[in-house]
Design a protein around this ligand. Structure first.
Ligand code: 8DG
Ligand code: MN
Ligand code: MN
Length: 369
């Protein structure tokens, strides 16, 4: 028996950077199930397992049609036994037992609630969970000493756990643009992260800042932050200096995913006047707290920074994996290094970087892996 739908799906390439992954796809229920298991693995600091579920989910996002029977997936890459078992169960029973158990588990719920606090990672959350702390309220009652980021995280918990909408991202974009043009005329800002990939909501807003004259961008973040602070726009900020140095011998090994640009992790105070869309402000509140990331790159590294900060996180990981394993190159948000030729490869656009990697160009809206 060979239904029409069984033949319809051709095998996709295995790296997410070799295919388009749109925002809207045809297998939401299956992907949601795999995402829960990925999230649980990440919260348990089982990175490998998390990546395996994420890759399986991303493969399903790239499929041009809804999957009804697991046999339709024969020949597809990225689907391990565990993921296939989950998919089969959801297709046959509507739910997967392991996913339901995970969702309901006290540990998963607590870890989600605690890592939902800005400044709290899986390690810290796990330590607190084992002390019996399951919620932000438990944490406040416990009298634990929190660092500055975590205190802000607790203080603005509700706002920061509301999705940020595109209209709010645009309102913040206008503010950052004003700040940047006040302190360094000619500097330009670009919306990056999920909003650049076409998402309508996000957990934060990300911006990349540069100036066409190399060197003019040095020290820019500190000035932008002072301006924003003087205007009362910042509830929290932590600025990190640029620490990037190009080594003649190529990038350090193993290359770190963290880049070394001047950057600022911040929390903005967005008022009703700035964003006419603040209907979600509760009661008499006339403002809301919004997470904002800003990165400054020298003009010569702009294309790499743009590619590296547009995401998604899995797409970035796949690009770097492709570069190393298929091209013997090291890709970062600063440069591309060819280990065979022992030289850095320059590029002025994302298109050029894809070409240097021997990949078909994937626009931002196709990078939602
Ligand atoms: P969301 O906020 O809409 O929920 O999703 P997102 O915009 O895709 O995620 P994000 O957490 O804001 O991250 C955006 C991109 O920035 C993502 O591709 C990963 C990248 N990124 C960081 N931190 C760092 C870093 O330290 N170095 C580099 N190179 N990239 C980073 O978030
Ligand atoms: Mn983001
Ligand atoms: Mn971000």
């Amino acid at each position: 028996l060979c239904g029409a739908d069984e033949l319809a799906v051709v095998s996709l390439p295995s790296y997410a950077c070799q295919r388009h992954t749109p925002l809207l796809h045809h297998n939401t229920v299956l992907i949601d199930a795999l995402s829960i298991l990925a999230e649980n693995a990440e919260l348990s600091e089982n990175e490998g397992r998390g990546v395996a579920f994420r890759r399986a989910g991303a493969l399903l996002k790239s499929l041009p049609q809804e999957i009804r029977r697991v046999e339709q997936l024969r020949g597809q890459p990225c689907l391990g036994d565990h993921s296939l078992r989950v998919i089969k169960e959801v297709l046959e029973d509507g739910v997967c037992c392991e996913v339901e158990t995970t969702k309901e588990s006290r540990q998963f719920k607590a870890m989600k609630a605690l890592t939902g606090i800005f400044g709290v990672g899986a390690k810290t959350a796990d330590r607190w969970f084992r002390e019996g702390i399951h919620t932000p309220s438990d944490l406040q009652r416990s009298g634990h000493n929190l660092n500055r980021a975590q205190r802000a995280g607790v203080q603005y918990y509700d706002d920061l756990n509301q999705p940020v909408r595109k209209a709010e991202a645009d309102a913040i974009g206008l503010i950052v643009e004003k700040a940047v043009s006040e302190v360094l005329p000619g500097a330009k800002i670009t919306l990056i992260g999920g909003f650049r990939r076409g998402k309508e909501t996000g957990h934060d807003v990300d911006f990349l800042i540069t100036h066409p004259e190399e060197g003019r961008e040095e020290g820019l973040m500190a000035k932008v932050v002072s301006w924003l602070e003087a205007q009362g726009f910042l509830l929290y900020h932590k600025t990190t200096r640029n620490s990037y140095l190009e080594s003649k011998d190529g990038p350090a090994r193993p290359p770190s995913n963290m880049d070394r640009f001047e950057r600022c992790f911040s929390i903005f105070r967005l008022t009703r006047e700035e964003s006419s869309m603040l209907s979600q402000c509760s009661g008499s509140r006339s403002w809301m707290a919004v997470r904002v990331d800003m990165v400054v790159s020298p003009y010569s590294q702009f294309a790499f920074a743009l590619l590296g900060w547009t995401g998604s996180k899995l797409f970035e990981r796949e690009l770097r994996r492709w570069a190393v394993h298929e091209r013997a190159m090291t890709l970062s948000s600063h440069t591309l290094y060819d280990s065979t030729k022992r030289q850095y490869l320059r590029a002025n656009s994302e298109e050029e970087i894809f070409a240097l990697l021997g990949l078909e160009y994937i626009p931002p809206c196709g990078r939602n892996a």
